[in-house]
Design a protein around this ligand. Sequence first.
Ligand code: BG6
Length: 467
Amino acid sequence: MSKTNMPEGFLWGGATAANQVEGAWNEDGKGPSYVDGLIASRDIKKRYAKNAPEDSYFPSHQAIDFYHRYKEDIALFAEAGFKTYRMSIAWTRIFPNGDETQPNEKGLAFYDNVIDELIKHQIEPILTISHFEMPQYLIDEYGGWANRKLIDFYANYAKVLFERYKGKVKYWLTFNEINMAMFLPQMALGIRIDATDEEKYQAIHHQFIASALAVKHGHEVDPDNQIGAMLGYAPIYPLTAKPADVFVAKQKELQKLFFADVQLKGYYPERMLAYFASQAIDVHFAEGDLELLADYPCDYLGFSYYTSTTMSNNKEKDLSEGNGILGERNPYLEESEWGWQIDALGLRFGLNVLYDRYEKPLIIVENGLGAVDEIEDSGEIIDDYRISYLGAHIKAMQDAITIDGVNCFGYTAWGCIDLVSAGTGQMSKRYGLIHVDRDNEGKGTLNRTKKKSFYWYKDLIEQNGLN
Ligand code: BG6
């Protein structure tokens, strides 16, 4: 029985991505993904170093070994009372190179087991089809998403998943943080880090079409399927009330929303076409593309929220680090140890912006605080800072739902179990409610320990939110 005024059936849970938890990077027929070649470093450019020494430590190779420990981990999620678990499928477990026509049965069987285990514990799976897990082969042989052929490879991959997990999985997300491809072209698109905007927008156009085809196939296989878009969202505030600052911030915000505009409204906004024309960006649309976008928009919008950002018209900018979205430092906000500014009210703000704009159901599929945790002599981890971050954000979400009337149907805490950071490859940047004994060099027992936040979140779910 709900002890709050949150809607019954609200999907509380946690979220992870395959390459950040599974490990077993070359087991049971899995092919290499782009991330499998990344080393840990806070400097993103160093991570991409192709000629890293042979004995370098590659964090994704073992990650937190979810591949062999999923039963134990899912039991912990169930103990916390999770109603949902957002996870991703590693494309290279299903299609080791990415362009095969027949899937790797062992890869499919692994996810059968994980999904069945979730269902056994009444945990609703939410599957991300592609979460920064590009098959390396598609990059080497085809040039990544620059190549239109990837649309068919992805559509076939998605179809295989819809057919295999039919009746078990209802919620899907086509591409993780599709807008982040502008900042992470290698990881998200498999193209050069210094690709031009034209190259990036063309590759993203291919992803839009692939996403529309996934919606088509997903609905054909099972009309109950709900196929979502996924945006990395950080509202952009003007640094001051100067009209020039307000205008720049608005322009940047609209450029970010463009991704969800295409996927949810089903068309390129005039504004974006005008922007392409003004910048001499020529994105090629093949025959039938615009019809596909119009006919198969996504059913809902999932988004991540960690921080807000700020923009001004100034030439000299005081930049903050937040989530790769290089915005300016907001003087009114505190920041995490990794320089991500903390703004709980921005989540309520964002929920209002997104619901007002799309009028489709929303779900927060990532939110959390990356922080260094200390283990007490007693073995406990007293992560009050995480509880305070999550609590403030959940309060903001609840206000958006119960006061502002936003339709948001779930909240999944990012990295509910400690995992490898996507941005840095570090383990020390911990988001978890559950601690994993592993360090930045890959040392540790991999034992799981419940943090104070685990018990706090369990109580919160039991009451259906903050009281
Ligand atoms: C999101 C990604 O951008 O941010 C996740 O979808 C990622 O994969 C999360 O882990 C947090 O970023 P980081 O760099 O702290 O791992």
